[in-house]
Design a protein around this ligand. Structure first.
Ligand SMILES: Nc1ncnc2c1ncn2[C@@H]1O[C@H](COP(=O)(O)OP(=O)(O)OP(=O)(O)O)[C@@H](O)[C@H]1O
Ligand SMILES: [Mg+2]
Length: 280
């Protein structure tokens, strides 16, 4: 080797992971939907909670907080102080006043700031319990709020749930949305799960003083990604400061803010449409 050059070993080829055996215990749920993103902090939990609240106006909805390390959903639904109970060897999910029942690692932690430092196998086990050992009964929808990226948790759900209805991908409007969406689409493809659509979050900021829209994170990346990859575009949610305050106060904005409610009504309508089209 000439001096000054460094030999870099090629990474080993990625194993092709196919769908292994399915759970026989997770049943009675009509539509199981995963909310994912290629990266963190784009609004998966916000979308999961508000979508669940909107669907719950018409349907029986359960929400699984599949983010074991960073469980946020109980706080966003105002039930972080609840304690879970069990009956007939099954965990009873926590009911919220918004019609959504939820299960989360947050209910099992001694304090809100306890760090969950678990390897993949333990997180797999926790999600398996959330699917198989919770008394979901007959449900129209189970929404799974996934952790960022395409790691172990997504794999667990894809492995266990007999038929995942599909994946909703949340992106922010920048150009990198294309790349982020692509990662999640590739995951769905490899797991043989349909992509139900893309939601563009933090799309334009409406100034509360002058009413003008400022595109802080650009605009249209989600719609562009949907077009490029041939998947439905479910809609956009503007960046609204009240959403942050509401989340912290345990009030889903779809139940309290007109703009957010309208956005989620539209997203829900498109989602139902996408499910209907898929079934034909
Ligand atoms: N449309 C919006 N307008 C204003 N703030 C928002 C909006 N969507 C999300 N947020 C805020 O952005 C932050 C991140 O959102 P959220 O927790 O839903 O993202 P996430 O993708 O679930 O994050 P993580 O990857 O850490 O799980 C939260 O404080 C949330 O309140
Ligand atoms: Mg989250």
């Amino acid at each position: 080797m000439p001096s000054g050059t460094i030999k870099v070993n090629k990474p080993p080829p990625q194993p092709i992971i196919g769908p292994p055996p399915k759970s026989t215990k997770y049943k009675g749920v009509k539509h199981t939907i995963m909310v994912m993103s290629g990266k963190g902090g784009v609004g998966k939990s916000t979308v999961s909670v508000n979508l669940s609240v909107t669907l719950a106006k018409k349907y029986k909805v359960g929400l699984i907080d599949a983010d074991i390390n960073g469980p946020d959903d109980p706080k966003m639904l105002g039930v972080s102080d609840a304690e879970i109970t069990a009956k007939d060897n099954q965990i009873i999910p926590v009911s919220s006043k918004y019609g959504v029942d939820v299960i989360s690692m947050a209910f099992l932690l001694p304090t809100e700031d306890t760090a969950v430092i678990w390897r993949g196998a333990l997180r797999h086990k926790a999600i398996q319990q959330f699917l198989e050992e919770v008394a979901w009964g007959e449900r129209d929808f189970i929404i799974l709020d996934m952790p960022p990226g395409t790691g172990d948790e997504g794999l667990t759900v894809a492995q266990l749930v007999p038929e995942v209805e599909g994946v909703i991908i949340v992106v922010t409007p920048q150009d990198v949305a294309l790349l982020d969406a692509k990662k999640a689409i590739n995951f769905a493809k490899q797991m043989e799960i349909p992509v139900l659509g893309i939601v563009e979050n933090m799309s334009g900021f409406v100034c509360p003083h002058c009413g003008e829209t400022v595109d802080i994170f650009k605009r249209g990346g989600g719609e562009e990604a949907a077009k490029k990859y041939g998947v439905p575009f479910l809609g956009r949610i503007p960046l609204i400061p009240e959403v942050v305050a509401n989340s912290d106060d345990g009030i889903p904005s779809a139940s309290s803010n007109e703009i957010v409610a309208k956005a989620f009504d539209g997203i829900t309508e498109k989602l139902i449409e996408a499910i209907g089209k898929k079934k034909k």
